[in-house]
Design a protein around this ligand. Structure first.
Ligand code: NZQ
Ligand code: ZN
Length: 387
């Protein structure tokens, strides 16, 4: 087991009606709040009005229209401007991962004198950040319990995962009822995203029975509960378990002591979303089984056997490669069964820019150091197999 140094300072308040804690949570953070949200789902949910009512004693400024795959320009820049001009003391992010991620970049940018891209691109380390509280409305990314945000810069086709321990939310308010209205497409994509977060931590070395058990349970829970949520979007128990699974997905708790895996599927998917603005979870679902096939060899087959037997219940008396092939097939079939388009062409991506994207990933994502090292030609093969 590898050494580690781990801290997740975020307070989680979970369950039906927990939004009532909002004023108490915000009070110590200051009077001037920047409320950030997306394209309007929180208004349809009645959440916008609820937040305004609960925070009527506070001075609220707003940044609306944060898009999926949140953009540096205009959203991050506009948020930083609002914070600086109005001496904002805390950010309240209400929405899915995109709103949370954008708010994290704003939180750091608001306390930095230069171009916020210096921070996101790791040219400069942030020295301070505004405190962030969030009310999550979509179970997927785990942004509510980690210190990362993923920001896209359209003009350079960059989509960068920006992490800084200053960016853990102070508190995440998690009421599964607010996820009842999430569409089938986003519910399935959220499930695929969270499943891939687990796989990125599972397929590596120095794994333990403990971590493998966490990961295998999470994968099973995500698959069972995603189907329940799709069948009955208002199944509270299923939405609640989905939400908790997703929350655990990304803050490293599933892989404490494991070797770094390199998060290869995310590295590749970031290029798909950066070049074509596709839904993150769909891109991951398409890439994952092709990546699995590509890295299956004598060194990795043992992990696939464990995955196949413990997650899908495949007969352990079969040959190693037979189990591995079945496990990869089951992975593909599951994503397909929850309605995810399983080919790049179905999400609007053709062969024209695959080489350019493979080069971009090879230069920017460091996947030659992944658990199963990926060079430019490997990345291109995976992309071609995903068409
Ligand atoms: O914009 P609004 O109107 O709010 O609509 C959103 C958006 O269109 C909608 N939505 C959210 N909650 C809803 C709802 N619709 C109905 N009812 C609700 N309750 O769903 C759409 C997608 O929202 P988005 O926030 O983009 O989805 P998600 O939470 O999946 O976030 C995806 C982003 O997170 C990044 C991804 O790369 C992508 O940019 N990630 C962030 C991570 C992190 N911070 O740790 C890790 C992940 O690996 C991921 O990369
Ligand atoms: Zn993800």
């Amino acid at each position: 087991m590898q050494n580690f140094d781990y801290q997740t300072p975020t307070r989680l308040i979970f369950g039906k009606g927990v939004i009532s804690a909002l004023p108490e949570v915000m009070k110590p953070l200051g009077q001037k709040i920047l409320l950030t949200y997306g394209g309007g789902s929180i208004k349809k949910l009645g959440l916008y009005d609820k937040v305004k009512e609960l925070l009527k004693e506070f001075e609220i400024y707003e940044l609306a229209d944060i898009q999926p795959n949140p953009k540096y320009n205009p959203s991050v820049l506009e948020g930083v401007r609002l914070c600086k001009e109005n001496e904002i003391e805390a950010i309240l992010a209400v929405g899915g991962g995109s709103v949370l991620d954008c708010s994290k970049a704003i939180a750091a940018g608001a306390k930095y004198d230069g171009d916020p891209w210096d921070l996101i691109s790791y040219k400069v380390k942030a020295q301070a950040a505004l405190p962030i509280v969030d009310i999550l409305t979509l179970a997927a990314t785990g942004s509510e319990y980690d210190c990362g945000g993923v920001i896209s810069r359209t003009e350079t086709n960059d989509k960068i995962g920006y992490m800084d321990e200053l960016l853990f939310p102070v508190c995440s308010i998690l009421d599964p009822v607010y996820t009842f209205s999430v569409s089938k497409k986003q519910t399935a994509a959220g499930c695929a995203d969270a499943m891939n977060h687990v796989m990125e931590q599972y397929f590596t070395e120095d794994t333990t029975l403990l971590n493998d058990g966490f990961c295998e349970s999470m994968l099973k829970s995500l698959m069972v509960n995603a189907k329940k949520c799709l069948e009955n979007p208002e199944d509270y128990t299923a939405r609640a378990e989905m939400m908790l699974c997703c929350t655990y997905g990304c803050n490293g708790i599933l892989s404490l002591g494991n070797s770094a895996s390199g998060w290869p599927c995310h590295g590749i998917e970031h290029a798909l979303s950066a070049y074509y603005d596709i839904t993150h979870g769909e891109g991951l679902a398409i890439i994952t089984p092709r990546w699995m096939k590509h890295i299956l060899n004598d060194r990795t087959v043992g992990r696939f056997v464990k995955y196949g037997v413990n997650v899908f219940g495949i007969d352990s008396s079969l040959g190693q490669y037979e189990i591995a092939d079945k496990a990869i097939e089951e992975t593909y079939r599951f994503f397909e069964s929850i309605g995810i388009p399983m080919h790049l062409r179905e999400v609007g991506i053709d062969e024209s820019r695959l080489s350019e994207m493979a080069h971009h990933v090879a230069v920017n994502e460091g996947l030659e150091n992944a658990y199963a090292p990926l060079f430019e030609s490997d990345i291109l093969d995976i992309l071609k197999a995903s068409l």
